[in-house]
Design a protein. Structure first.
Ligand code: PPS
Length: 275
């Protein structure tokens, strides 16, 4: 039954009809999707904080694979988007090969965010505790084993980040890194929007970890606790590069480095990550 639902869901996503002006934000989970969504939303609203801060981030930038139980008709975001006849800002965690073909047919712009895999594993292990659609992460050791084996949602971080890196040559695709996300003007330029320096500074401030953490609309607070248990952790948890150092044991780090080297061998994609 679960498999049938998965096939039906995949079919629903695949028939999604993109418009030429749509923007797709594509990432592996925990790479900074919510942060980038807020930045893009502010750029499109000319830095108007009031317009951006009230609506849940997943309404501002609907999540292609999500069903929101607070919405009528099962809350399918694919259906919601189909009913919105204007510019779509869309978020997805799908790997580049599984994106609905209409995004490519319409030559839509895509922004990809990557983040170093050690912080992703750390962030994910916490997220799996609060987000009840995921299995319990168990110990860090077990979670790391599962992560490196691709036995997590959306499978392998390596394939995801590398495949999109290759795609950037042939598509209108901006490849960003979590660690460089404050470069608002670079993002605006890609979107074809003029953003003066003062406006960029305002957007950087409003989308800082401290500001976004205060805003329930950015923290998935409207989701029911059976989906996300906010009593365990806030969605915006730590928001830094290098938090993995507090969580990896020396042996785990060595094993992770070895696996990392094997996986990225031959690719010119480079992460500034301490080893
Ligand atoms: S999800 O669930 O896959 O959509 O999560 P995603 O939004 O991709 O990633 C969540 C992590 O991004 C951090 N985050 C931020 N860091 C810095 N500044 C800002 N403004 C910001 N917003 C979100 C968030 O805290 C998660 O990382 P960790 O390391 O767990 O804190």
């Amino acid at each position: 039954m679960k498999e049938e639902a998965g096939v039906a869901f995949q079919a629903q996503v695949q028939v999604f009809q993109a418009w030429p002006n749509d923007l797709l934000i594509c990432t592996f989970p925990k790479l900074g999707t919510t942060w980038l969504s807020e930045i893009v939303d502010m750029i499109y609203h000319d830095g108007n904080v009031e317009k951006c801060k009230w609506n849940a981030v997943f309404n501002q930038v609907p999540f292609l694979e999500m069903n929101d139980p607070n919405m009528p008709n099962g809350g399918s975001h694919v259906i919601l988007l189909a009913k919105t006849p204007s510019l779509h800002l869309v978020k997805t965690h799908l790997p580049v090969q599984l994106l609905p073909v209409s995004f490519w047919d319409q030559d839509c712009k895509v922004i990809y965010v990557a983040r170093n895999p050690k912080d992703v594993a750390t962030s994910s292990s916490y997220f799996y505790q609060m987000a009840k659609m995921h299995p319990d992460p168990s110990t860090m050791e077990e979670f790391l084993q599962n992560s490196t084996a691709g036995k997590v949602a959306y499978r392998s971080w390596y394939a995801h980040v590398k495949d999109c890196w290759e795609k950037r040559q042939e598509k209108r695709l901006l490849y960003l890194f979590y660690e460089d996300m404050k470069h608002v003007r670079k993002i605006a330029q890609f979107l074809g929007k003029e953003v003066a320096e003062g406006m960029a500074a305002k957007i950087v401030h409003h989308t800082s970890f401290q500001e976004m953490r205060k805003n329930p609309a950015d923290n998935y607070k409207t989701l029911p606790s059976w989906m996300m248990d906010h009593s365990l952790l806030p969605f915006l948890r730590k928001g830094i590069a290098g938090d993995w150092k507090k969580h990896f044991m020396v042996t785990q780090n060595k094993r992770f480095n070895k696996h990392y080297e094997e996986q990225v061998e031959g690719s010119d994609l480079c992460f500034h990550m301490e080893i």
